[in-house]
Every structure is written in C-alpha cells, then in structure tokens.
Design a binder for this molecule. Structure first.
Ligand code: ATP
Length: 355
C-alpha cells in the first residue's frame, strides 16, 4: 500500500494578467520530507510557495495537505509556519514575544507559553535570549528567532522562503546544517525555496528543479546532480562542460576532430550536446587499455581551496575548451602548472547527452 502524500499539488497554475507564472504543477510530498524548490529568478518557485501558504491564490488546480483540500482556505486556517528571507520579526517585540506570537493568538495559557518559548529558544540555539529585541540580534540570530516562531505552534508544514540568502557565507552554512538537523529531529514536512544550488544539494531530501513555471526534474540531490533529466538541469545544478558533438554509429561521438566512445544516445548523424562534469574528466592514473584518452595542455588554474578548476585545451578537442577538477595535491605532486601537458580521460559512462 502506498502512503498518501502529505502535501499534494494537482495542476497548480498561476496567471498574473497575461503572464503565466506557473504552468500546471503536479507534485506529491510525503510526510517528513525536506523538499527544495530550486530554480533561477522568475521561475515561479516563490509563487508556488506563496500559494501553499495562501498568500497567493492559484488560477487553477488544487492543493491538499494531510488529505484536506486547502486550496481555498485563508492563511490563518492553514497549518504551517513560515520563515521569510527578510527576518520579518516584529521590531518592537522581544525575542520571547516574537516566538510566542502564534501561541498568544491561540490563547494558550501563559505559563505554558513561557515554557514553550524557553524550549524553542533552546531548540534554535539561543537559550536565555527572551528579552532581547531584534535590533540587538545578528542576522543569523534573527533568523533563528524567526524559525522558533514558525515552529511554535508545532505546525504540520514548515515553509522556508530563501531563509538564508541575506546571511553571510559562514553563518549561512552553519545555519543550514542546524535547520537540516532540527528538521530531521522534528520530522516536520518542509518546503524551502532557494536559488542556491549548493544549499539545495546540502539540505534537501528531494529537489524540485523549476524553470519557466514548470518542473524540469524532481529527484534526490544525487539524482539531480549526476543524472540530470534535461540540459537545463545539467546546466543549472553544478558546473558542467557542454560540448557540441555529433552521434556516430555504435555509440561513438564526434567531438571536434576526434571520435570518442560515448553512451548509446540515438541515431547516427544527430547533432547533440554532451554534458560532462569537470570531475568526470580523469587525470591519472590512466591504464594502457583506457579509451577516450587524449593529451591536454593547461591554460588556466583557478584555485578554489579543496580543489582546482583547471581549463585545458587540446588538438583532440579542436577549439573546444574543457574544465577539469584536479586536487591541489595532484597538481603539485605532478609538478603541473600553466602550459603543462597531461593525459586526460573522458568517462563515457558519465556523459549525458541532450539534443
Ligand atoms: P525570485 O527568486 O526572483 O523571487 P522566483 O522563481 O521565486 O524568482 P516568482 O517570484 O515566483 O519567481 O515569480 C515568477 C514570475 O511571476 C516572475 O516573472 C515575476 O515577475 C512574476 N510575478 C510574481 N508576482 C507577481 C505579481 N504579483 N504580479 C505580476 N507578476 C508577478
């Protein structure tokens, strides 16, 4: 027996006048899952989240939460907590009063509210900050308070609208780990909107990649990254080499002046683009029988800390340049620098081919 999804979108469409922001989105989210809507600016991800929250009304389609049709309910009658990008705390209320806001609205007993606020502040790593005002808190701390406020009434659904994008890089990474582990601990079904692919890869159980108001792919971070369903996904999530090529008979590909072994991807003669991640171009140790090996010359080295992004050229590739990730250790052990030559191998099984 398959379990009922906790949150279900059926043909959600949205028009703003003559502009179509969402083209009929179908999606099912199981209970307890952490889902990220990921896509470029304007793809409709925020609109979709706002429709779940009842802050925007869909032009067509339905949403069910826990089996209940919530499509027409006002926000106050829906069961969610939400965190926005801009902290959106009440500036004149203390941290405790901000967190307690939803509980006071529900007329919970005072002692119970106080206890719950203490518990929530502990949960988000800010114990003892009851009396502080938002202006006395850093951006990261304000987002923790916003998170505590969103979770106060133990909602069935947590909505996160780019909650980390206003924070600096170090706080962002720290808080994303904390939100993820808190979400796992509480088991609350969570939908987060982000345009940051690294954030989505690090946090989501499943990523919904959106483009122009439609879903391009739904998958685990690993699936979306390693098995992109479309050229758009391959391009948008992670770095990729996009190499114009022509398919040859028997699974070969013509790349510039050379023939390489590739996956069987269609009839010979078809013009395609081969997508290959920089880490799927191997440099040593190569074995004698290896296919797809060619000699390349290093044109550019970008040092990125734990790895280097290296741009190479090769007569085997014609005009085409290739990005390769190499470890700084490998470069120094091999004595490789600008102008150095090295053998490389294109991994045929890692190539994704799109028309
Ligand atoms: P961003 O990350 O930039 O917010 P997004 O993917 O979240 O992008 P949405 O905010 O969902 O995109 O907007 C989708 C499209 O709908 C955009 O082109 C936007 O201009 C348009 N749009 C959003 N809200 C309105 C509105 N109230 N009136 C008219 N057009 C709107």
């Amino acid at each position: 027996m398959t379990e009922q999804p906790y949150l279900q979108f059926e043909g959600i469409a949205k028009q703003f006048g003559s502009f179509t922001a969402l083209k009929g989105v179908d999606l099912a989210i199981p209970k307890g899952e952490f889902v990220c809507f990921l896509g470029p600016s304007g793809c409709g991800k925020t609109t979709l989240l706002r429709i779940v929250a009842g802050l925007e009304t869909q032009s067509a389609g339905r949403i069910r939460q826990a089996g209940r049709d919530i499509s027409q309910l006002p926000p106050a009658q829906r069961d969610y907590g939400i965190v926005f990008q801009s902290y959106a705390l009440f500036p004149n209320l203390s941290a405790a009063d901000n967190v307690a806001y939803g509980l006071v609205n529900r007329r919970s007993p005072k002692a119970q509210i106080r206890e719950r606020v203490t518990e929530l502040l502990g949960l988000v790593g800010l114990p003892g900050s009851e009396s502080r005002l938002p202006a006395q808190l850093s951006g990261g701390q304000q987002q923790r308070i916003a998170l505590a406020r969103a979770l106060a009434t133990s909602p069935g659904l947590l909505l996160l609208d780019e909650p980390l994008s206003a924070l600096d890089a170090i706080v962002r990474v720290k808080l994303r780990d904390e939100i993820k582990s808190l979400q796992r601990r509480l088991g609350v079904t969570t939908v987060m909107v982000t345009h940051d692919q690294e954030e989505a890869l690090a946090m989501a159980d499943r990523i919904v990649v959106m483009n122009h108001g439609a879903i391009e792919q739904v998958g685990t971070p690993m699936q979306v990254y390693r098995e992109p369903a479309t050229a758009f996904v391959a391009d948008f999530v992670g770095r990729v080499n996009a190499l114009p090529a022509t398919l040859l008979a028997g699974g070969g590909i013509q790349l510039g002046p050379s023939r390489f072994e590739g996956p069987h991807a269609g009839p010979a003669g078809r013009d395609v683009t081969v997508y290959l991640r920089p880490e799927d171009v191997l440099a040593g140790p190569l074995r004698p029988g290896d296919s797809n090996v060619f000699e390349a010359c290093i044109e550019k080295i970008e040092f990125l800390g734990s790895y280097c992004l290296v741009q190479v050229a090769s007569p085997a590739l014609g005009e085409q340049r290739l990005s390769v990730t190499l470890s700084p250790n490998f470069l120094s052990e091999q004595g490789l620098r600008l102008g150095s030559r090295l053998p490389l191998r294109l991994l045929p099984e890692r190539m994704r081919i799109f028309a």
